[in-house]
Design a protein around this ligand. Structure first.
Ligand SMILES: N[C@@H](CCC(=O)N[C@@H](CS)C(=O)NCC(=O)O)C(=O)O
Length: 208
């Protein structure tokens, strides 16, 4: 039995999308951060940080969306989303660490301060800061994608999934990426995959 703890239109989306790509069954236990459920003892026992997503698989518990997706990709679907050699593996990790350490926070802050927070909590300076923080990161990705279709190994991997899912936040909130042509084409290629569309049809798109 595989359970994802969390509500789907958050970073839980990264994991649900990976499950759909890999054809894995899952159940969702809708632990909702907006109602304080992430800070209840029951959830803190799963993740002492009080955050979602958390994966539970036959008693095995794992938190941090990147770690969960590495685990799923490496061990399911005959390696469909994973690397074929140690160097590819290192490159997948490189892009995902870059994503979680640099892109994830400003990407989420952008959507929060643009539209997801209640209006009185939105802050123009935070929105501007999130926008500015993303500029050099989008350029790094765009430059890399000018000469290739995917981040690693010329096929869709968990690196493409994780980073395009992060960038879906600012994209959906109206961040203008038109000057990053290669990045935009790649985002379309990733976000229009059938598994992503199925996920959005079932659970809804990103909100926070
Ligand atoms: N680095 C963590 C971040 C997890 C995270 O911040 N999750 C948010 C939802 S998208 C959350 O649980 N927020 C609840 C809170 O801050 O109390 C990961 O990638 O799993």
């Amino acid at each position: 039995m595989r359970i994802i703890h969390g509500i789907p239109y958050t970073r839980v989306n990264y994991v649900v999308w990976a499950m759909k790509e890999l054809g894995l069954d899952y159940e969702i236990n809708p632990v909702n951060p907006m109602t304080g459920e992430t800070k209840k003892p029951e959830h803190l026992a799963r993740n002492p940080n009080g955050l979602i997503p958390v994966l539970e698989e036959d008693g095995f518990v794992l938190w941090e969306s990147m770690a969960i997706n590495f685990y799923l990709a490496k061990n399911n679907g005959d390696g469909l989303l994973w690397a074929t050699d140690p160097r590819e593996e290192a490159q997948i990790i490189q892009w995902c660490v870059f994503g979680s350490s640099s892109i994830d926070k400003p990407a989420v802050n952008y959507i929060l301060h643009k539209q997801a927070l209640p209006e009185e909590m939105r802050d123009a300076a935070s929105l501007r800061a999130a926008h500015e923080a993303l500029v050099p990161l989008l350029k790094v990705l765009n430059d890399h994608l000018v000469s290739r279709e995917y981040l690693v190994g010329e096929r869709f991997t968990i690196a493409d999934l994780n980073l395009s899912a992060m960038l879906d936040y600012p994209l959906k909130a109206g961040y203008d990426m038109s000057e990053y042509t290669a990045l935009q084409v790649w985002l379309g290629r990733c976000l229009e995959r059938p598994a992503r569309i199925q996920m959005e049809a079932k659970h809804g798109g990103v909100k926070l």
